[in-house]
Design a protein around this ligand. Structure first.
Ligand code: FES
Ligand SMILES: [Fe+2]
Length: 380
């Protein structure tokens, strides 16, 4: 039965790839969110794509580091002495212990098991007693360094090193959001959570405007009502829409002097596919770095960054953090219901709402249809 389910999904993907335009847009069948076999293809995709791990500000000074993981791969994110952000394997080359934990500032990491010692650029510089082992050379046992890029202040990693340069791929998006100066924004709030829903549900939810005036009626609806949402056509590896503010709404907080009048009155919502979603607004930008954790859980690194935070009123920032946390809590309640509904045996494919409010979801389906089919042929 399971084999048949993935075959049906792959055949849906083929139809989506052959579909013309948004008229044929449909929702996906429930298996899309529950299939363990599809998850395997998604995990392969996460290894060959750019995946966001957080902000460069988290490793601001040389020696700063934090540990994290992507799928089951332990990672050590450092700023080395050349002032570069590097993403290293956090797995010791001796017998595989985890080397670092948590976060802090260190230029050398000593493995807690037998004290092999590495620099924050991955070179092995010490290995007790190994000088007695013939032909052992420290230079043969550095830590793998993964491809990484910092774009708009976000750190991205590509585990298998095959992805085309990210900044090139996002050039069009970059020029359209340049005025916000997201790269200069600073962290006001950051948290890591695991939600009991498939990762795609949280991505889709963040990226569609259809639910804004329903789920968020008492929170963000007054600034970003569904009726003012406006899809913009994405590009290779990204999609998005504008959440336009009603005309009578006053501006909130400071924003970069480079921001256009139009952009001051809207939030630019974008997704760096597959799993980084961002809501860029002049004063405050929110984001989630997502990754699957099994079929029915998502790991989410959730953040809020602000422009010129030092000279902002702390009460205003606290209020914004509170509003964001409330908004996320409203989403979580709904998504848990969707996750429950998707286990129904009788749910069939449905229709997507107009392109301005759910066009991003269709782009997400198109991207996954293309890329999971590639992942499938790679593993065949
Ligand atoms: S496992 Fe790290 S030094 Fe032995
Ligand atoms: Fe929402």
């Amino acid at each position: 039965m399971a084999g048949r389910s993935i075959e049906i999904l792959l055949s849906d993907f083929e139809k989506i790839r052959g579909a013309r335009g948004y008229e044929s847009a449909q929702t996906m069948r429930p298996d899309f969110y529950t299939s363990p076999e599809l998850l395997e293809l998604e995990e392969a995709l996460f290894r060959r794509e750019w995946v966001c791990l957080g902000r460069a500000e988290e490793v601001l000074r040389p020696g700063d580091y934090f540990t994290t993981s992507l799928l089951d791969e332990p990672l050590l994110v450092c700023r080395n002495k050349k002032d570069e952000v590097v993403v290293l394997s956090n797995v010791c080359r001796h017998r595989g212990s985890l080397i670092a934990s948590g976060s802090g500032n260190k230029h050398r990491f000593s493995c807690p098991y037998h004290a092999w010692t590495y620099t924050n650029d991955g070179q092995l510089v010490g290995a007790p007693h190994m000088g007695e082992v013939s032909e052992f050379s420290l230079t043969d046992y550095g830590l793998p360094k993964f491809s990484s890029e910092v774009w708009q202040g976000f750190i991205y990693v590509n585990l298998d090193g095959t992805a085309a340069p990210l900044s090139q791929r996002l050039a069009k998006l970059e020029s359209s959001i340049a005025g916000y100066q997201v790269q200069n924004m600073q962290i006001c709030y950051s948290t890591e959570e695991t939600w009991p829903v498939n990762w795609k549900l949280l991505s889709e939810n963040f990226m569609e405007g259809y639910h804004l005036s329903v789920v968020h009626r008492d929170s963000i609806h007054e600034y970003t009502p569904t009726e003012h949402c406006e899809y913009f056509s994405g590009g290779d590896g990204f999609t998005g829409y504008y959440a336009n503010f009603p005309r009578n709404k006053p501006l909130r907080g400071k924003c970069a002097p480079t921001l256009s009048e139009v952009d001051k009155h809207r939030t630019t919502m974008f997704s760096v596919l597959p799993a980084h979603v961002v809501a860029a607004a002049g004063h405050l930008t929110t984001y989630i770095c997502l990754q699957p954790h099994g079929v029915d859980q998502v790991r989410a690194k959730i953040g809020l960054i602000g422009y010129d935070v030092q000279s902002s009123d702390k009460a205003d920032i606290d209020e914004a953090v509170d509003l964001f946390a409330r908004t996320m809590a409203e989403d979580k309640v709904e998504l848990e219901k969707v996750a429950r509904g998707l286990r129904s045996r009788y749910l069939q494919r449905g229709a997507l709402a107009p392109i301005n409010v759910e066009g991003t979801i269709w782009d997400f389906y198109c991207y996954l249809s293309e890329n999971l089919a590639i992942a499938n042929s790679d593993t065949a």
